[in-house]
Design a protein around this ligand. Sequence first.
Ligand SMILES: [Cu+2]
Length: 215
Amino acid sequence: MKAYRWIALSLLMQAGVASAATVTVTVVDSKGEKVDNAVVTVTDPASPSAGKVNDGTVTQIDKEFVPFVIAVEQGAKVSFPNKDSTRHHVYSFSDAKQFEIPLYSGTPGEPVAFDKPGVVALGCNIHDWMSSYIYVSPTPYFGVTDQRGVATINQVPAGEFQVEVWHPELKGDVASTRQNLGVGEDGSSALTIEISKKRLWKSWRSPTANGGGYR
Ligand SMILES: [Cu+2]
């Protein structure tokens, strides 16, 4: 690449940074407890995604899927490396993506493409408790809450957005969590969203894991 193109690119990137905001969303439940593993999406209904889509990874470690929840943008590919000495058989029956990777060890040659937005619930045919979720986001602006219940979403341009939360234990639909958010030319926005939770019918932790068994 020629030097002047580097300069043009870096100016463009600086301009992008100057006009983009960081949106910080804290998710709490009805008792005020911080909620981790919640997916937060920031959607501009008037402006669909454009640009590079980042791929994802869901690893199998100690007979669990790690992480429990990931979010990827629509069109992303996800790989499923198996770090265990035992074999796994990964599958999903979800509307957003139905697939299976029959009994395997190591890393499958082909990652799986997720082209339809929605929730993809993963399971393993061999280990009943193994469970995790891929949230396929129609918007490029999304994050997953950490143990403090916080999702940080960078590079959000100015505009009017709808912020929504999904969680494996969400009671009701995603639309019920919706809040409007105006993002200015610069600076940061922060908001807190309260969700109602129901209990999962089974644990996703390995019976032999530290902190495993039923939650
Ligand atoms: Cu398994």
